[in-house]
Design a protein. Structure first.
Length: 476
């Protein structure tokens, strides 16, 4: 007999707690193989294809495209085993309906199930194939009085979608708590009830098989004389926006994470900024000479790569700025390796890809890696690992045609170097007025890790290397 297994959204890494369903890659009733990608999700870090650890027939999908799911929420259920080719599945991927008994198991538990069907060998962060310390108990069917159907009726999980068994309501095994899970159509409905003090177990759902709908909770709130505090419906929100002439954009996904990170940076880091105008004429000339020496077929070295190389040399002289502050331990943590992040504007918003071990790379290697990461950022293929772990950030806002900026530090780093546009300006050069290629450099730093003398020394060394690239040769 086929066994229906539930696959939940795994931890995709770096502390991410939710992801948005972008595109389903399988349909209900479709046969899937072990480790076959079944859904494409977008996290705050990157687009990720999630593979299914089971082989069998998809009996239900959870979450519509564009909906956010929490880590641990069900993604789909798969019938595995001898009878998997003929599962009793209800159509309608949006509602996640599926006939039959749902066996609850987390990813690691299912992977350890020996004879229940083929399981995955792939490992995602927070989701493995080894046996867990304890197994979750299965929910088995047993007849109960019809009056109990409004309380518990075969829910697949406590999250937004439901899978029901109309003919056979279920109860937990004797070792499980008697009430069981409450069938609720959406996590938003759960939050609405929680915010307004409504006990879901006291409600009789008006949806199929006793499913509790938003209207049921709102009626309970109205009966108690309390205003509804949860999110308005899309239609109501649209109507209000039209009346007020407003457009409301949810702070979620990448934009939400950026907002949270910037707010935290401003709350925690006492930042200060210093800046200097520099003559970049010689740096541009050095770049032209380096590219000419490489020949027409050699990869070109970018200006950003040269600036990154200068930053690694400056951080070797001033390691105080390659650091972070452990607020709980009240310690400054200096880092031996330099991972340079660089701000990149994409269609999804601002992202900061990371060049790992930048201190060990040549200008040519830096240029190659910067180019690769920039391309991946633009097409949305950066992995979470390529977007985290930077120790110092380089921000070239000159590409936007501006001269200066006081950027917010990329928490938990200690400093960020900003580079403005390079433009011809009048400049005193060797005692005479000349037109030179001038730019502005700004350093924003965490005043807890160093004082102005260190920050000024770092910025002055960077400026000297920009004005006279031969200064770098002293450290070669």
């Amino acid at each position: 007999m086929a066994e229906v297994k539930e696959f939940t959204l795994p931890d995709l890494g770096e502390g991410l707690t939710e992801a948005e369903v972008v595109r389903w890659l399988v349909e209900v009733g479709e046969v899937v193989a072990v480790d076959q990608p079944v859904v494409e999700v977008e996290t705050a870090k990157a687009m990720v294809e999630v593979p299914c650890p089971y082989g069998g027939v998809v009996t239900a999908r959870y979450g519509a495209e564009g909906e956010e799911l929490a880590v641990g929420a069900p993604l789909l259920t798969v019938a595995v085993g001898a009878d998997a080719s003929a599962p009793a599945a209800a159509e309608g991927s949006g509602s996640g309906g599926a006939d039959g008994v749902v066996a609850e198991a987390d990813g690691a538990d299912a992977a350890g199930d020996g004879g229940a069907g083929e399981t995955s060998g792939a490992v995602l962060v927070g989701y493995g194939t080894g046996a867990p310390p304890a197994r979750r108990r299965r929910v088995r069917p047993t007849p109960v009085p019809a009056a109990a159907a409004g309380q518990v009726n075969g829910v697949a999980s406590g999250y937004g979608r439901h899978a029901v068994t109309p003919e056979v309501p279920v109860r937990a095994e004797a070792a499980e708590p008697a009430p069981g899970p409450v069938p609720v159509i959406s996590p938003l409905v759960r939050r609405l009830a929680r915010q307004n003090g409504v006990e879901l177990r006291t409600l009789t759902g008006s949806g199929p098989d006793g499913l509790i709908l938003r209207a049921d909770v709102e009626r309970a709130i109205g009966a108690a004389g309390a205003p509804a505090a949860a999110e308005p419906s899309a239609a109501a929100a649209s109507a209000r926006a039209g009346d007020a002439g407003e457009v409301r954009i949810p702070l979620r996904g990448l934009r939400g994470v950026v907002a949270d990170k910037m707010s935290r940076s401003r709350r925690e880091i006492p930042e200060a900024t210093c800046w200097v105008d520099v003559d970049a004429t010689e740096l541009l000339a050095a770049r032209r000479a380096m590219n000419a020496a490489g020949g027409p077929d050699a990869p070109k070295i970018s200006l950003l790569a040269l600036l990154a190389r200068i930053c690694t040399a400056a951080l070797a002289r001033y390691p105080e700025l390659n650091a972070r502050v452990d607020t709980e331990a009240r310690e400054i943590v200096r880092l031996e390796r330099v991972h340079i992040g660089f701000a990149a504007q994409t269609d999804r918003g601002l992202v900061v890809p990371v060049v790992r071990d930048a201190h060990a790379r040549s200008a040519e290697s830096l240029s190659e890696e910067l180019g690769r990461l920039t391309g991946a950022a633009r097409d949305g293929s950066l992995t979470p690992g390529e977007l985290t772990g930077s120790t110092f950030t380089l921000n070239n806002y000159g590409v936007f045609g501006v001269d200066g900026s006081t950027p917010i530090i990329n928490h938990p780093e200690a400093a960020m170097l900003g580079v403005g546009r390079i433009v011809p300006k009048p400049w005193v050069y060797e005692g005479e007025l000349a037109v030179r290629q001038v730019t502005q450099l700004s350093l924003t730093f965490d005043h807890r890790v160093c004082d102005g003398g260190v920050a000024g020394g770092f910025l002055r060394y960077v400026a000297d290397c920009v004005e006279q690239p031969a200064v770098l040769l002293r450290g070669v």
